[in-house]
Design a protein around this ligand. Structure first.
Ligand SMILES: Cc1ncc(COP(=O)(O)O)c(C=O)c1O
Length: 396
């Protein structure tokens, strides 16, 4: 069979290959990017879905508007306003089938083959794959613990005049990095100065462990004149409520939103009305604050346990910044005292010892750092985390 040329731009992810090994009995996995299913508010979701079926069975089970189910758009706009994006109205956003679909719609609407897109190095693997599928030429901007290096980003924008800049400013996947307030404002200024679309992908912003992070770039855009016209913001209920609902959203300027809606029409017509009607009732019932408080507390404990265990068990063989939110520890093998320094090699040895994680190389669009790795603390409890890290130490 002759497949489309665009498939030549992508390959099955190395992570997917690794996941095949996870079926091994007794393995402790730090590899997934999933939230912990034990934390789903099943009772709240059951009530919300019952309400949806009792109150509006027709709407919940019928075809719906491509832009999204209006009561959900209203709830999501209110949710964004509660987080400081004070001027978001329901018509400023569309509901998407997970935020992953928002990224796909951005690819479809913005990228012609050969267009340049700047991403962080490292960044979300599915974004790399998705943008490449549309023929993007990806340029990688360096990231430190405070997010993307904005001086370097400006140089890259000036040099390459990209179609867009894709960032995960808050507890990035995989970097865990938290972009500072100053850098957020600077990125918005760059968007205006160079008339470049900036995409803020924000599925993890609500998962903070101590102090709340700086406001999203969406919230800050009111302080940087003109920046809202160059900003798309993607949100998701996946990491805080349930990924199986497949409810995400995108706030974007009207013309971009209209084109994305048109493309969504040909793609899935609309996001599941039943899922949307359920999510709308869940948000309206006011359960989200308690749910967020619960998941923050559990992930905070696990992040701390993983950080402590890594420092204790692996010592100077590994470097990382203790995450302040999100689901991941992003680490670098130092190679100290002749210890292993290659993430992929370490991953193989770790599987033999009964623990899995993802090596860092696939998360780079260019110039990978082979010594990096991503460890998720989300799905194992504290005892399993400690046991898993002990096994990691045996694989060094
Ligand atoms: C940075 C980032 N963006 C988007 C997504 C997609 O999430 P969803 O489609 O479930 O909203 C993920 C999921 O892992 C992610 O890590």
């Amino acid at each position: 069979m002759q497949f489309a040329d665009r498939l030549k731009n992508v390959e099955t992810s190395a992570i997917r290959e690794l996941f095949k090994l996870l079926g091994k009995p007794g393995i402790i996995s730090f590899a997934g990017g999933f939230p912990d299913s034990a934390m789903f508010d099943v009772e709240g979701i059951r009530e919300a879905s019952n309400q949806a079926l009792n109150e509006e069975p027709g709407a919940a089970l019928q075809y719906g508007a491509t832009e999204g189910y209006q009561p959900l758009r209203e709830q999501l706009a209110a949710f964004m306003r509660s987080k400081g994006a004070l001027d978001v109205a329901p018509e400023n956003l569309i509901v998407t089938t997970g935020s992953q679909q928002a990224l796909d719609l951005l690819g479809k609407t913005m990228i012609s083959p050969g267009d340049k897109v700047i991403v962080e190095g490292p960044t979300f693997l599915a974004t790399i794959q998705c943008f490449r599928l549309y023929g993007a030429q990806l340029i990688s901007a360096p990231v430190d613990a405070h997010g993307v290096d904005t001086d370097k980003l400006e140089q890259l924008i000036a040099e390459h005049q990209p179609k867009m800049v894709y960032l995960i400013p808050t507890f990035g996947n995989p970097s865990g990095a938290l972009m500072s307030l100053e850098r957020r404002k600077r990125v918005l200024e760059l968007a205006v100065k160079y008339q470049t679309l900036v995409v803020e992908d924000d599925p993890y912003g609500d998962l903070y462990f101590g102090e709340a992070p700086p406001p999203s770039m969406l919230a800050l855009s009111s302080q940087v004149p003109g920046s809202r016209e160059w900003l798309a913001h993607c949100g998701s209920l996946s990491k805080v409520l349930s990924p199986g609902l497949r409810v995400g959203w995108m706030v974007a300027p009207p013309a971009l939103l209209a084109n994305a809606t048109m493309c969504k029409q040909f793609s899935d017509a609309h996001t599941s009305t039943f899922a949307q009607a359920t999510a709308a009732r869940y948000l309206k019932a006011g359960r989200m604050p308690a749910t967020l408080a619960h998941v923050r507390q559990v992930y905070a404990e696990r992040a701390q346990a993983m950080g402590n265990a890594l420092r204790r068990e692996l010592g100077d063989a590994i470097e990382f910044v203790q995450p302040q939110g999100g689901l991941f520890v992003w680490a670098r093998l130092t190679g100290a005292n002749g210890k292993i320094s290659n993430g992929a090699e370490f991953a193989k040895r770790a599987i033999d010892k009964g623990v899995a994680f993802v090596p860092g190389v696939p998360f780079y669009a260019a110039d990978p750092d082979a010594s990096t790795l991503r460890l998720s603390f989300a799905t194992a409890d504290v005892a399993r985390i400690e046991e898993g890290v002990t096994r990691l130490a045996q694989a060094l």
